[in-house]
Design a protein around this ligand. Structure first.
Ligand code: PGA
Length: 265
């Protein structure tokens, strides 16, 4: 019998995208070990697995990865080079083997004062350098409770995508991560996640084109686990997930990869 899960998945244009965000965890040695074991266990057929690792772990992880695994970074500067002590450029990441970069994560915005405008410049630079930006957006609990969440998303989208030419919108992923759901164990309900991402898709269709809205890949992030991932991925506007804590543990991560492919149902 064909389940609702497989019908929703079959209707999607691409296979699911599962992105791990390791944050400030794992040394280069630990990253190599993790990725080697992942390759040994085998990524489920058709699944696209991405890992955003610390800068120091990129080269080692790339060296151990298979063609089904892409390694990326968690941040970068918008400038190509110069006197920016402690920063890293898109080109440095690309040459290290990174294929993508998370931009505008709420922890960057909260602890490192990143504004929408700055994130917009980073998105532009990532595209110019051939890295796929994964733009993170999302509202705070207060913004959700006061009903301002769509207005917040609208501001974040319009400022962070301000310099993206129409032809390149399908080289970008957009991750909706409500701040109140990150690392808290509180997942947005499936309906909330779907509603927010349907809004994002509609926004892209309206500001770029219907075709762009159809093509742009949208992720949900915030306390995703092996237990809730299959109901999230079954939603029509959720093309993938962005996973923090649960991506650090190999068994848990493998179960997430299998679940998005319907293998653990
Ligand atoms: P979490 O983190 O899965 O631990 O909530 C998600 C993220 O910060 O991207």
């Amino acid at each position: 019998m064909i389940s609702l899960f497989s019908i929703a998945s079959l209707m999607k244009k691409k296979s699911p995208l599962v992105v791990g965000n390791w944050k400030m965890n794992k040394t280069s040695l630990e990253a190599k070990e993790f990725v080697s074991q992942l390759v040994q266990k085998g990524i489920p057929e058709g699944c696209r697995a991405l890992l955003a690792v610390p800068f120091t772990a990129i080269e080692g992880a790339v060296a151990c990865a298979s063609s089904q695994i892409s390694i990326g970074a968690q941040n970068m500067h918008d400038q190509v080079g110069g006197a920016f002590t402690g920063e890293i450029s898109a080109e440095m990441l690309r040459v290290s083997g990174a294929k993508f970069v998370l931009l505008g994560h709420s922890e960057r915005r909260a602890y490192f004062c990143e504004t929408n405008e700055w994130v917009g410049k980073k998105v532009e630079q990532a595209l110019l350098s051939g890295l796929m930006p994964i733009l993170c957006i999302g509202e705070s609990l207060e913004e959700r409770e006061t009903g301002a969440f769509q207005a917040v998303l609208e501001t974040q989208l319009s400022q962070c995508l301000a310099f993206v030419p129409e032809g390149q919108i399908d080289s970008i992923c957009i991750a909706y991560e409500p701040i109140w759901a990150i690392g808290t164990g509180k997942t947005a309900t499936v309906a909330m996640a779907q509603e927010a991402l349907a809004y994002v898709r509609q926004w892209v269709s309206h500001h770029f084109s219907k075709e762009c809205g159809r093509k742009v890949e949208l992720l949900y992030g915030g306390s995703v686990t092996r237990d809730n991932v299959s109901s999230l991925i079954a939603q029509p506007d959720i093309d993938g997930v962005l996973v923090g804590g649960a991506s650090l543990d190999l068994e848990h991560w493998m179960d997430i990869l299998k679940s998005v492919m319907g293998e653990l149902l």
